[in-house]
Design a protein around this ligand. Structure first.
Ligand SMILES: [Zn+2]
Ligand SMILES: [Zn+2]
Length: 361
């Protein structure tokens, strides 16, 4: 048996996305069918549409979603119909070289559904980040569906499935921010603001938000930024030094992903500090740095994939923090929209007018 549902599909590079009826198969072994309740619009969806990720059109977009498990496939024992879940794009396999060494957050063989979802003519769809949740129903590997507290509304909860987790984890997991640290975050969109929130919750005593848009800097204070720097007309490296007794921060997070912002992060940290890159660069970008500076400044230069998160561990923690009022997930929800409005949401996102537009189904 299969299900015909409405979904947002990118048919070819650069073309506007369209709502189409797609076919979703009944779950096979190890798979679950999820009835999607809400799904955020992320920059990565736009990158897929632009052909900047790969050429495997048509794409079924959407990957920041919460929903209800509707049917479970053979062998699925830890989920049941009716479970409320957030979808993850990392589902550790348990047997790759990283999982076997006890580091499942770097799993190199993350699981997805084995069966394809298709257009009505049978053309297989490539689901964004192995999820594809701008759809009334989607098919994922059971490990991708992480049970959370049903008290968290889906518009907010779904966002921890990608951008919020990436930013929060960049600060807490990759950067290892802890009590008393000073932190700077460059780029105050959804990921940067989540890094600010994570740093603040981890006990950072100073969290400096850096952007070139005053509206975004205002927003950053809502998530816990203690200071803001508008980098248009001000050297952010100097500004950060001034705010840290001349030393620089313990952890500098680049949530933009450009050579210029990476260099700023590199130089605005204290000796032996940590640089975390979480903003995704364009594949054509290159970086030039004096090697002696890499050596003599010590510390660590790290990149953060999905906030180095372990969804089964981290999603329930973030939801608890949301429900206890510590993590303002509602603050990331700029608007709720219908499936038909995803293309318009891309435009708003591109202009920096929203943190997240969230499709509600
Ligand atoms: Zn693995
Ligand atoms: Zn995303």
């Amino acid at each position: 048996m299969s299900y015909e549902v409405r979904a947002v599909v990118a048919m070819k590079s650069g073309a506007p996305v369209e709502v189409q009826t797609i076919r979703v198969p009944d779950p096979g072994p190890g798979e679950v069918l999820v009835s999607v309740q809400a799904c955020g619009v992320c920059h990565t969806d736009l990158h897929y549409r632009e052909g900047a990720i790969n050429d495997e059109f048509p794409f079924l977009l959407g990957h920041e979603a919460a929903g209800i498990v509707e049917v479970v496939g053979e062998g699925v024992t830890d989920l049941a119909p009716g479970d409320y879940v957030v979808l993850a794009w990392r589902a550790p396999c348990g047997s790759c070289r990283s999982c076997r060494r006890g580091r499942p957050w770097y799993c190199f063989d993350s699981r997805n559904a084995a069966q394809p979802m298709t257009l009505l003519d049978g053309t297989p769809l490539s689901p964004a980040l192995g999820i594809g949740a701008f759809a009334e129903k989607t098919l994922v590997a059971a490990g991708q569906a992480v049970k959370i507290d049903p008290a968290a509304r889906p518009e907010a909860a779904g966002l921890i499935g990608c951008g919020v987790m990436a930013g929060y984890g960049a600060a807490v997991n990759t950067g290892g921010v802890s009590r008393g640290d000073t932190v700077a975050v460059i780029g105050c969109g959804g990921v940067g603001d989540a890094a600010i929130a994570g740093a603040s919750l981890a006990g950072a005593r100073r969290v400096i938000a850096i952007d070139i848009d005053d509206r975004k800097l205002d927003g950053a204070t809502r998530f816990g930024a203690t200071h803001t720097v508008n980098a248009q007309g001000t050297d952010p490296v100097e500004a950060v030094r001034e705010l840290t007794e001349g030393f620089g921060v313990d952890v500098a997070i680049d949530a933009v992903g450009r050579p210029e912002t990476f260099k700023q992060a590199f130089y605005m940290r204290d000796h032996a500090g940590t640089v975390v890159q979480v903003g995704v660069p364009d594949p054509r970008m290159t970086l030039e740095l004096p090697l002696i500076d890499v050596f003599s400044r010590g510390g660590a230069v790290k990149s953060s994939w999905y906030g180095d998160c372990l969804p089964s561990r981290d999603f329930p923690i973030l939801i608890d923090q949301f429900l206890s009022g510590k993590l303002d997930l509602n603050g990331f929800v700029s608007e709720t929209i219908a499936l038909e409005q995803v293309e318009a949401a891309f435009t708003k996102m591109h202009r920096g007018e929203v943190l997240r537009s969230v499709v509600v189904l």
